[in-house]
Write a protein that binds this ligand. Structure first.
Ligand code: GLN
Ligand code: ZN
Length: 722
C-alpha cells in the first residue's frame, strides 16, 4: 500500500473526535478550554460516569456525581448501521483547536517509519450533521468561525511533515441547497491556501455526487475520491469534466459489503478512463472507510468452504487493492495468478447451486398482484376482526419481548456452548414463557405475547432458520462505542424449509384463552440489518425473504393465530440518502411487507411495529402497508409526532407508545393517562391501542411489572370515562 491513512482510529467516534478537535463541547460538560480531556470526551459520548472533583478544601477530595449530565445524541451515520455523536452547536458558538489527535497519530506513525495520510472530517459535513438548540439556527452559518481552526490544524500537519491530508465530505452525496454548495466553495477556497505545501484529497462516499458534481470538481483541491461501487456511472462524467491535474482516487473495492471483487471485471470497467488519465494521478481505494466491514476472514473456521471462498473482509480487501494497483502500474501479467483466482471465484459463485434455488426463482417469477392485497379493505376487515376478537376499547398489549434476564442469557449461552442440553434449555424457556403468560393474565393485558425468550436477536433468530443465510463467529462491525453487531450474510436464494415460530406460539397460546400474537421480523428489516448479496438487486432479495415470511404467517394462521405482528424496525432507516430515490425504495419495501402479510383471512389481524414515529414524509407509504394495527414509539414526543397520522391520512388502528422503555423510570398512571388524552386529540377512540414504545428485552422485571400494571390501569380508567 502506498497511501496509508492515519487518524482513522477513534476511542469512541470520529465525529466526536472532530467536535473535540474544534472545541465544540456543550457547556454542560463544564470544559474550560485547553486540550479536551478524556473524561470530558467520554462524558459527551456516554453521559457522566461520576467525575472526581476537588471540592476546594485542602486535603479533601470527593467524587461528585452529576446525574443530569446526559450524553450527546447519537444517530446513524448516513445509511450505515454505525452511530455517530451529533455535534451540538450554539448560535454564538466559538471554536478553538482543542485536540491534536490527527497530528499526534501522524507523528506516532512517522516515528515508526510509516508516512501516512491523515484523515479528518470536513468542516461542511461536520456542520451539516450538527444540531443546534437555538431555534431556526442553521449551523452552516458558523463556517467562517470554524475554518480558522481547520486552517491551523492543516498548518500543524504540514509542519509535522504531512504532504497529503484526506478531508472527508460525504455531505457531497446528499441533496444540498445552493447555500451549502457555496459553503463548500468558500471552505475549500480558504483551506487550499492554509498550508500551500499540503495537498488535499477530498473524499466523497456512500453515493453519487449527482447534482453536486460540478461543485466537487471545481473545488481547489489536489485530489477527489469517488465511490465507484455505489455509483460507478459517475466515473465517466468526472473523467470528462474534471481538470486533468486532479488526482482521482477510485473507490473500487466495496467498503460496505463482504464479497470478494471480480478484479478483471473491475479492470475492464475502468479501462477507458484510466487510458485517458495520467497514471500518476490515479489511486485505487476502497469505496469508503472499511469501518463497516469485519476484519479477518481467517477466523471464520466454521463457515462453509465455498461461501468462505466468496468473501473478503477488510484484510482481504486491502490485498485486492494492491492487486488492482499492480495490474494498472505493471500490467495484468504481473498479477495474472491473483486475477485468475478472482475471476474463477466469481464464476463459481455465479453458478453455484448453493446460491441459486430454482424453486425460489420460480416462486418469485409467479408473484401476482393478488398476493399483495388483503381480501377486503380495512373498513370491512376491522368489522370482521371486531366480531372475532371482541376486544375492549383501548386494548392493551406489548411489543413482544420481555426482559432478557441474566438467567435467560446464561441459559442461552450454556446451551450454545453445549453445557446445557437441548431438552433442559427448552424446559427452561417453557418455564419462562409460562410465567410471562400467567403474569400478563394476572395484570389484565388484553393481547398477550410469548416473550421472545428463545430469541438471541430479532434478525439472527430468523436468519438461522432460513436457507440462504450464513452466520459468522467473529465478523463484528461497530455499531457505536464498544457495541458491535455481527450481521448475517445473505449469500443465496432465501427460503423457509420449516416453520420457525409456530411451536413457541402454539405453546404460549395453549396456556391462555386470551389471544397471543404471532411474532415475526419483517422482510425489509431482515434485509436492512444483513450483509446482502451483490449479485441480485436489493428488492429481489427482499421479495424472497417476504415470501418466506408469508409462508410463516400462513402457518401461524393455520395453527390458529388470530393476530400476527410483523416488526419492521428498520423500515424507515432503509430510506435512500437522496430524496429522488425514496419513491423507488418505498414502493418495493411496501410491496415486500404486503407480500409477507396479506396472505391471510380478513379475520386475522396483522400488526406491525416501528421503533420511531417521524412519519410525516412517508405516511402514505406507511398507510399503503395496510397493517391492521401499527405500534410506534411516541412517549417522548408528547404525541406531537402523531400529527402525521391525522387528517384521515391513516385510517387503520394505532398503538402510540405510552411508556418510554429506553429509561429505567416507571411511568405513573397519571402520566400514561395524560399521554392517552393527547393521543385522543389526534386519533379516534376506535383507532387507539395502548402499549409501550418498544420491546422490553433490555429492561428489568422490577421496572416492567409496575410500569405495565400502571399502563393497564390507565387504559381501564379511560374505558370507564368514555
Ligand atoms: N418484537 C420485538 C421486541 O419486542 C421488536 C423489537 C424492535 O422493534 N426493535 O423486542
Ligand atoms: Zn421497537
Amino acid at each position: 500500500m502506498s497511501k496509508i491513512p492515519s487518524n482513522d482510529f477513534s476511542l469512541y467516534d470520529h465525529v466526536l473526535d472532530t467536535a473535540a478537535m474544534v472545541g465544540a463541547v456543550p457547556s454542560r460538560y463544564g470544559w474550560n478550554g485547553g486540550e479536551v480531556p478524556l473524561d470530558v470526551y467520554f462524558a459527551m459520548a456516554r453521559g457522566n460516569q461520576g467525575r472526581t472533583q476537588d471540592c476546594g478544601q485542602p486535603g479533601h477530595e470527593h467524587t461528585a456525581y452529576e446525574p443530569n449530565l446526559t450524553a450527546m445524541e447519537m444517530t446513524k451515520w448516513f445509511d450505515t448501521n454505525y452511530h455517530y455523536i451529533v455535534p451540538e452547536l450554539e448560535d454564538d458558538q466559538t471554536f478553538a483547536l482543542s485536540s491534536t489527535k490527527s497530528v499526534d497519530y501522524f507523528l506516532e506513525a512517522k516515528a515508526l517509519g510509516i508516512h501516512t495520510r491523515p484523515v479528518i472530517l470536513g468542516p461542511v459535513t461536520f456542520l451539516k450533521l450538527a444540531k443546534s438548540p437555538a431555534e431556526g439556527f442553521n449551523p452552516i452559518a458558523l463556517l467562517p468561525r470554524l475554518l480558522p481552526v481547520y486552517e491551523q490544524l492543516l498548518r500543524r500537519l504540514s509542519l509535522s511533515g504531512a504532504d497529503w491530508v484526506q478531508i472527508d465530505e460525504p455531505a457531497l452525496v446528499l441533496d444540498l441547497n445552493p447555500n451549502e454548495r457555496a459553503a463548500l466553495e468558500f471552505a475549500y477556497g480558504q483551506l487550499s491556501k492554509a498550508a500551500p505545501e499540503l495537498k488535499i484529497m477530498l473524499a466523497t462516499y456512500f453515493g453519487s455526487l449527482g447534482d453536486n458534481l460540478e461543485t466537487a470538481i471545481s473545488l481547489p483541491v489536489a485530489g477527489l475520491h469517488l465511490d465507484l461501487v455505489r455509483a460507478p456511472e459517475q466515473l465517466e462524467t468526472v473523467g470528462r469534466l474534471a481538470p486533468k491535474d486532479l488526482v482521482l482516487s477510485l473507490g473500487l473495492i466495496d467498503g460496505r459489503n463482504v464479497w470478494r471483487a471480480n478484479l478483471p471485471a473491475i479492470l475492464d470497467r475502468i479501462k477507458p478512463i484510466v487510458a485517458g488519465w495520467p497514471l500518476d494521478r490515479v489511486e485505487i481505494a476502497p469505496s469508503c472507510s472499511m469501518l463497516h466491514v469485519p476484519i479477518d476472514l481467517r477466523m471464520e473456521t466454521a463457515l462453509d468452504e465455498d461461501i468462505r471462498s466468496w468473501l473478503a473482509f477488510a484484510a482481504d480487501k486491502t490485498d485486492e487493492l494492491v492487486v488492482l494497483a499492480e495490474a494498472l502500474s505493471k500490467g495484468r501479467d504481473a498479477v495474472a495468478d491473483a486475477l485468475n483466482a478472482s475471476a474463477e471465484v466469481a464464476a463459481a459463485r455465479a453458478t453455484s447451486t448453493k446460491v441459486h434455488d430454482p424453486l425460489v426463482e420460480g416462486r418469485i417469477a409467479s408473484i401476482n398482484s393478488g398476493m399483495k392485497h388483503r381480501k377486503s379493505a380495512f373498513s370491512e376487515r376491522t368489522r370482521v376482526q371486531a366480531g372475532a376478537l371482541s376486544l375492549p376499547p383501548f386494548p392493551t398489549t406489548t411489543i413482544g419481548s420481555f426482559p432478557q434476564t441474566p438467567e435467560v442469557r446464561k441459559a442461552r449461552s450454556a446451551h450454545a456452548k453445549g453445557r446445557l442440553s437441548y431438552v433442559d434449555y427448552e424446559t427452561f424457556l417453557k418455564k419462562e414463557t409460562k410465567a410471562a403468560i400467567r403474569w400478563q393474565e394476572e395484570i389484565g393485558l388484553d393481547v398477550l405475547v410469548h416473550g421472545e425468550f428463545e430469541r438471541n436477536d430479532m434478525v439472527q433468530h430468523f436468519g438461522e432458520q432460513l436457507s440462504g443465510f450464513a452466520f459468522t463467529q467473529h465478523a463484528w462491525v461497530q455499531s457505536y462505542g464498544s457495541r458491535y453487531v455481527r450481521p448475517p450474510i445473505i449469500f443465496g436464494d432465501v427460503s423457509r424449509p420449516n416453520p420457525m415460530t409456530v411451536r413457541w406460539w402454539q405453546f404460549a397460546q395453549s396456556l391462555t384463552e386470551k389471544p397471543v400474537k404471532g411474532m415475526l421480523t419483517g422482510p425489509v428489516t431482515i434485509l436492512n440489518w444483513s450483509f446482502v448479496r451483490d449479485d441480485v438487486p436489493r428488492p429481489e432479495a427482499c421479495r424472497q425473504i417476504a415470501l418466506a415470511i408469508r409462508d410463516e404467517v400462513r402457518d401461524l394462521e393455520r395453527s390458529g393465530a388470530r393476530m400476527i405482528q410483523i416488526d419492521e424496525a428498520a423500515f424507515r432507516e432503509g430510506l435512500p440518502l437522496r430524496k429522488s430515490d425514496w419513491k423507488v425504495y418505498l414502493d418495493w419495501a411496501v410491496e415486500c411487507f404486503r407480500l409477507a402479510s396479506t396472505g391471510v383471512k380478513d379475520a386475522t389481524q396483522i400488526h406491525t411495529h416501528m421503533c420511531y414515529s417521524e412519519f410525516n414524509e412517508i405516511i402514505d407509504a406507511i398507510a399503503e402497508m395496510d397493517a391492521d394495527v401499527i405500534s410506534i414509539e411516541t412517549s417522548r414526543s408528547k404525541m406531537e409526532l402523531l400529527d402525521a397520522f391525522t387528517n384521515s391520512k391513516y385510517p387503520n388502528e394505532i398503538g402510540p407508545g405510552v411508556y418510554d422503555i429506553h429509561s429505567p423510570r416507571v411511568p405513573e398512571v397519571a402520566e400514561i393517562s395524560a399521554l392517552l388524552m393527547l393521543a385522543r386529540e389526534r386519533l379516534s377512540d376506535a383507532q387507539l391501542w395502548v402499549n409501550p414504545d418498544c420491546g422490553l428485552k433490555t429492561r428489568k422485571w422490577e421496572e416492567v411489572r409496575p410500569a405495565l400494571t400502571n399502563m393497564v390501569a390507565a387504559a381501564r380508567a379511560l374505558r370507564e370515562k368514555v
